[in-house]
Ligand binder design. Structure first.
Ligand SMILES: Cc1cc2nc3c(=O)[nH]c(=O)nc-3n(C[C@H](O)[C@H](O)[C@H](O)COP(=O)(O)OP(=O)(O)OC[C@H]3O[C@@H](n4cnc5c(N)ncnc54)[C@H](O)[C@@H]3O)c2cc1C
Length: 306
């Protein structure tokens, strides 16, 4: 039995981790350079040490026993650390994903654009027309809108459900400095287009390295999500007050756009599986629209396949 998983975020990596107990031959395809998806970490080299800046979800706060048990397990493996009801990453939140999979089964920088089911087997194709064939089961863990962008024949019922899922974009600005600088977060919050300011260094107890993550309002990001991240950064600077510009000017800055940052709609099924062609779909938009939703949706789909 040969399985293809598309997407190496928490949904795809959790599926892999669970299914690997039963199935030997699993390949996970990811369009980016590594695992994590929206559990993403930037690595900064500083004084021969690596510093981590999480610029998607910053930590996990479980509300169900299932996710709590998983977080406790990851803590016992030194991936997370427990502080009250929150689980913080020890060395980057994206380690949750890389820890769950075996590197040799991961194919990175490969965007799957087409999938067809012929003679009871799935054939995948990437954007460079490379083909990957002979899969018995195909599991898609990518945002709903990206499934609809793929060339794949879907049952009308699931197709119309996926079309219901709308997304908010987020423009994210990563700030870092090798000096000890305190950002005045209140000044940033004076701007309507700023939604969140996160002190990343506090989370890691960094003393000599300052780092913050600023997330824009969805209104601002949605209006500009057809532009490059550099262009959006220029518009961002034009739309914040002078005091805020002053605050951020002392940091090195890295802009990032989450085009499909947050799903705005949850489907009322926990996952999708078509027995005829062995096509499965799971992700945060099946439940809760957050990491917990991704974890639960992918766990229930893997239970079905075990
Ligand atoms: C800024 C931000 C802050 C957040 N904060 C929180 C928070 O505090 N708490 C919380 O619970 N949740 C938070 N979330 C949401 C949470 O991060 C997501 O719900 C969760 O990580 C989704 O995981 P996933 O695996 O389902 O999807 P993703 O993480 O999106 O993974 C999908 C993967 O598929 C890859 N991919 C896409 N298309 C293709 C293709 N065609 N071929 C190959 N690979 C492809 C993508 O590169 C990605 O790696 C936040 C999200 C953002 C953007």
């Amino acid at each position: 039995m040969k399985i293809a998983i598309v997407g190496a975020g928490v949904s795809g990596c959790n599926l892999y981790f669970n299914l690997k107990e039963k199935y030997e031959n699993i390949t996970i395809f990811e369009k980016s350079r590594g695992t994590g998806g929206r559990l993403s970490t930037k690595y900064i080299n500083f004084k021969e040490e690596t510093k981590f800046i999480d610029h998607g979800a910053p930590f996990l706060m479980p509300h169900t026993d299932e996710l709590k048990d998983f977080c406790l397990y990851l803590s016992s493996e030194n991936i997370l650390k427990n502080r009250y009801d929150t689980f913080l990453p020890k060395n980057g939140i994206n380690k949750i994903c890389s820890f769950l999979i075996e590197k040799e089964d991961l194919v990175t920088q490969t965007r799957i654009t087409k999938a067809s089911f012929e003679n009871k087997k799935w054939i995948l194709e990437d954007e460079n027309q490379n083909k990957y064939d002979d899969f018995d089961i195909l599991l898609l863990t990518i945002p709903a809108i990206q499934i609809l962008e793929m060339d794949i024949k879907l049952e009308e019922e699931i197709k119309s459900q996926l079309q219901e899922v709308k997304y908010d974009s987020v423009f994210t600005l990563i700030l870092h400095s090798n000096d000890e600088i305190k950002l005045n977060e209140n000044i940033l919050y004076e701007n309507e287009i700023v939604k969140d300011v996160i002190d990343n260094s506090k989370k890691y107890y960094y003393k000599d390295f300052s780092s913050y993550v600023i997330h824009s309002s969805s209104e601002f990001a949605n209006q500009n999500n057809n532009k490059s991240k550099e262009e959006i950064f220029e518009i961002f600077k034009e739309n914040i007050n002078d005091k805020s510009l002053n605050e951020i000017s002392v940091f090195k800055t890295v802009p990032h756009l989450w085009k499909y940052g947050f799903a705005k709609t949850s489907l009322d099924i926990p996952y999708y599986f078509d027995e005829n062609c062995k096509l499965g779909i799971c992700g945060d938009y099946f439940h809760l629209n957050n990491v917990e939703g991704s974890y639960l949706s992918s766990s229930i789909l893997s239970d079905k396949l075990m």
